[in-house]
Design a protein around this ligand. Structure first.
Ligand code: ATP
Ligand code: MG
Length: 206
């Protein structure tokens, strides 16, 4: 079950990683759908010119929640301020910046537990500009029972970034659901993917 203690604490969350293909859009959409399904009023903001989230929404029933809003870089602060929702989840491009007019309450950094992805994490940390306390790394595309997961957790911790207890596995259910304009919690509600997204949502919104 989704815990209910967070809504008043945080409203905006940004998925951020300088590494292309880190898993930002996959997590943004899955977290947003899970929160909406749990009864929250949620908006996804697609701030990426690649418009992957918009393309997903276009495959979805137009009445299905959550709503999706498209925002260009300069409009982000204004766009987010005008959205009437309890929770706003922003999917950003690899070139995103956190400094500037708009600051999210929470930053979620997807990282794959591989040497190349961990090496690229420094570029994302540079963007945080001292806001590490508002940020949380999430290990994603994790292989099953791999020692690399604990090693990655320890490495990221040494960089001064919290790491979510919940790990996201390498699972086809994520891409399959998104290809159908859905999320794994909708298409495969009993799957490991659905369970770990629900766990992650509870954790990142605490
Ligand atoms: N947990 C997962 N299991 C399996 N495949 C995944 C998982 N997460 C992401 N992927 C796949 O990895 C690819 C990149 O994911 P995604 O588009 O979410 O990354 P991104 O950070 O948004 O990329 P970009 O920087 O281009 O916006 C996609 O093909 C997606 O289906
Ligand atoms: Mg993306």
């Amino acid at each position: 079950m989704l815990s209910s203690c967070y809504a008043s604490i945080m409203r905006t969350m940004q998925l951020l990683a300088r590494k292309g293909g880190a898993g930002k859009t996959t997590l943004a959409l899955h977290l947003a759908v899970a929160a909406a399904t749990a009864g929250r009023s949620v908006a996804i903001v697609d701030a990426d010119e690649q418009a992957s989230a918009l393309a997903w929404a276009s495959r979805r029933d137009p009445d299905a929640l959550p709503i999706l809003v498209v925002a260009g870089g300069r409009d982000l602060a204004l766009t987010v301020a005008r959205i009437d929702a309890e929770l706003v989840i922003v999917d950003s491009p690899p070139s995103a910046r956190t400094r500037g007019a708009w600051q999210p309450d929470r930053i979620v950094v997807p990282v794959q537990p591989s040497a190349l992805d961990l090496a690229a994490l420094g570029a994302t940390l540079d963007l945080l500009g001292g806001r590490e306390l508002d940020a949380m790394a999430v290990l994603t595309r994790c292989p099953p029972r791999s020692p690399e997961i604990d090693e990655a957790r320890a490495y990221i911790g040494r960089l001064g970034l919290r790491v979510a207890q919940t790990t996201i596995g390498e699972r086809r259910d994520y891409a399959r659901a998104l290809a159908a304009g859905a999320a794994a919690t909708e298409n495969a509600p009993r799957s490991r993917a659905a369970q770990e997204i629900t766990d992650l949502l509870n954790e990142v919104l605490k």
